[in-house]
Design a protein. Structure first.
Length: 133
């Protein structure tokens, strides 16, 4: 659709290599201020994250893939969609059915998809116990 193309054209080049295989593209936008526009909306990113969690869980239960990505030109997207100054384009989201041919991906993206020895980070690599500093 026209909206799909408008979001796609705001994606980082790397994400354009694979995101065009998705059936849906979403721009994740949050309001930076509360309703009165006087107080900062400290919970906006939490709310966007909660939305994404629920979307992801529902999609997974229906065998649909969801991939959230930071690789979107948020300034370009804000201009493209006339996003008000008190809002921020935070992410893009690709939603689509599992499947497809790995051979349809660019060569540099095929290797990770074919690697049967893919590994997750150890929990200790992204958690901590104590102060940040």
């Amino acid at each position: 659709s026209d909206t799909y193309d408008r979001i796609y054209n705001c994606l980082a080049d790397f994400n354009k290599l694979w995101a065009n295989n998705s059936q849906v593209l979403i721009a994740g936008i949050f309001k930076k201020t509360m309703e009165d526009d006087e107080k900062e909306n400290f919970h906006a990113l939490h709310d966007l994250g909660s939305f994404m969690t629920n979307l992801s869980l529902q999609a997974q239960s229906m065998d649909i893939a969801v991939h959230q990505m930071a690789g979107i030109d948020f300034k370009k997207a804000a201009k493209e969609f006339n996003v008000p100054d008190n809002h921020h384009v935070a992410t893009a989201v690709a939603v689509g059915y599992y499947g497809g041919e790995v051979s349809d991906l660019p060569e540099d993206l095929q290797k990770p998809e074919n690697d049967i020895n893919r590994k997750r980070k150890e929990i200790s690599e992204f958690t901590f116990n104590g102060n940040l500093k």
